[in-house]
Design a protein around this ligand. Sequence first.
Ligand code: UD1
Ligand code: CA
Length: 455
Amino acid sequence: MSLEVVILAAGQGTRMCSALPKVLHPVAGDSMLGHVIHSARKLNPQRIHVVIGHGADIVREQFVADDLNFVLQDKQLGTGHAVAQALPYLTAENVLILYGDVPLIEVNTLQRLLKKVTPDQLGLLTVTLADATGYGRIVRDSKHRVLAIVEHKDATEAQRSITEGNTGILAVPGKRLADWLGRLSNNNVQGEYYLTDVIAMAVDDGLVVATEQPLDAMEVQGANDRKQLAELERHYQLREGRRLMALGVTLRDPARFDVRGEVTAGRDVVIDVNVVLEGRVIIEDNVNIGPNCVIKNSTLRKGSVIKANSHIDGAVLGEGSDVGPFARLRPGSVLEARVHVGNFVELKNAHLSEGAKVGHLTYLGDAQVGARTNIGAGTITCNYDGVNKHKTLIGEDVFIGSNNSLVAPVDIFSGATTAAGSTITQNVPADQLAVGRARQRNIDGWKRPVKIKKD
Ligand code: UD1
Ligand code: CA
């Protein structure tokens, strides 16, 4: 059955107290609407229609894509009115309604709901809550068949005691929708065109309303303020934590762990507290990540170790390599197997071959370092002349003394050694020693200045 999705995202979100449209507020590093679009795409719909209103231009700009159709709802006259704005574009047999501020909905739940839809039946996602205040209530007959949804504000005392609430998420046969939406009225307490009135119309037309419930009520929780946003965030993180633990990851504390992207992990991985993983992070078996690390768009091969307070972005860590504490790997850092990068080392666009060591206080940018080469403490590549970037090429088994300035472009061939404190401005041939510093002079009879006491 063909499917289209309509995502309602026109509301203002006054209680966010923000210049940013509500649906752009982030959960786990992606906007709420981004999460909903991501889940909707997994259902392979023909098209996704996003109804926008408040901050329409800002929202539209964030999500340019061929499968997205943005529909403007000028005035927010109710959820039924919102869906009606998408009607001219709808052609599929099934239409699924989602919400831009309900980001944690699971694809599995939506698939279960979609299975309920036939030309004679629609699927309604409901949730049973201890306190359903604010929710539309599901009114059923004595045979438990759904008859209608009554909005909280329109409900009688008896109806308000119903604990089954409307999540708003709904899958309907597309052909019927135009007729039903055309018949909506705003004759209710809020003076809005309620999407929920479609349910009673469907029942009148002889359709069956089949219900499903999410496995977890947080899936259908929206965020209207920052407190609710934080609750969704923590729930998302605990869910990600559980998923990774199930794969064989030890999280020292799942409450102090954040994923803002897509993470894959192997077995016997250990992640200490306050680690943030962003973008696409691939973690292989036996990786160990110390506390307070930020790791973004990186691949950590088997057995690699990242010590505390390191920042890793766009890097590949080879098997058995170790990095940190306090290391910063910027995009284009590639460490082959068993490379050692110690504290206060910054790498950018630097390829370090197997067994290379950069122990302390070093900057390597636009550099290649051969196997087993050792870079002394305090070394920097002078890779930038103010206009252009230049490469530093260092061969195998090179020994760079401490506190060197390697002025690029420069080649230091295999087996070469540079003396401590050298400024290397010329290529160093293989196996030679380069000394690039002023010769030391010792001045005999020199007098140190003395302080004259004033009293
Ligand atoms: C709606 C449901 C209610 C349900 C509840 C679940 C209706 C009439 N009521 O109520 O049964 O229990 O959600 O949270 O549908 N929106 C638009 N344009 C509009 C109006 C709303 O895009 O003109 C969007 C809002 O931005 C929001 C969503 O639709 O994301 C829901 O609207 P809201 O006004 O919050 O509906 P509720 O009163 O919560
Ligand atoms: Ca709401």
